[in-house]
Design a protein. Structure first.
Length: 143
C-alpha cells in the first residue's frame, strides 16, 4: 500500500508539473489538464484507508470518523477519504439509515442554542460544514 501511495504522489507531482498556466493555454485546455490531477488526488485520498477495512465511500467515511471519535472533522477531510462528490449524502445515510450519531456543525449550534448539548464534547469551535462522531456505538433502533 505504501508503494501505491508513493506512486500516486509521484504521478500527482508529474501531472502538476505538466500543468500549463501560461497565457497560451486557453481555459478549457487548463481545465481538461486538471482532470487527471483531480482523479489522482481522489485515488490517493481513498488509498489512505486500508481497502480491507472499507471498500465503499460510506465505509471509508465511517472508518475515518471512528478513528477520531468526539473530534471535530472538517468536511474537506471527509471529502478526501470518501473520494466521491456525494460524500454528504453518505454522511446522512450513516446518520439516518444506519444509526450513527454524527452531528454537523449546524446541528451542534442549534442544539447549543437550545441548551441540549449536555454531556457532549465541546462543539463551540465547529463550523457549519464540520462533523463529529458523538458516539462510537451504532444505534440501529435510531435508524
Amino acid at each position: 500500500m505504501a508503494l501505491k501511495k508513493a506512486q500516486l504522489k509521484q504521478q500527482l507531482i508529474q501531472l502538476l508539473a505538466a500543468f500549463e498556466t501560461g497565457s497560451r493555454a486557453d481555459l478549457r485546455t487548463q481545465v481538461l489538464s486538471l482532470l487527471p490531477v483531480w482523479d489522482t488526488l481522489k485515488e490517493l485520498g481513498t488509498s489512505l484507508v486500508p481497502a480491507d477495512m472499507a471498500k465503499s465511500a460510506r465505509d471509508r467515511i465511517l472508518f475515518y470518523l471512528r478513528q477520531y471519535p468526539c473530534q471535530i472533522i472538517s468536511h474537506k477531510e471527509i471529502m478526501i477519504v470518501a473520494g466521491i462528490s456525494e460524500w454528504a449524502r453518505r454522511v446522512r445515510e450513516l446518520r439516518v439509515e444506519y444509526g450513527w450519531s454524527i452531528m454537523s456543525g449546524k446541528t451542534s449550534r442549534d442544539m447549543q442554542e437550545a441548551g441540549e448539548l449536555v454531556n457532549m464534547p465541546d462543539c463551540s469551535a465547529m463550523k457549519p460544514e464540520d462533523y463529529i462522531l458523538v458516539n462510537e456505538h451504532q444505534d440501529r433502533d435510531a435508524a
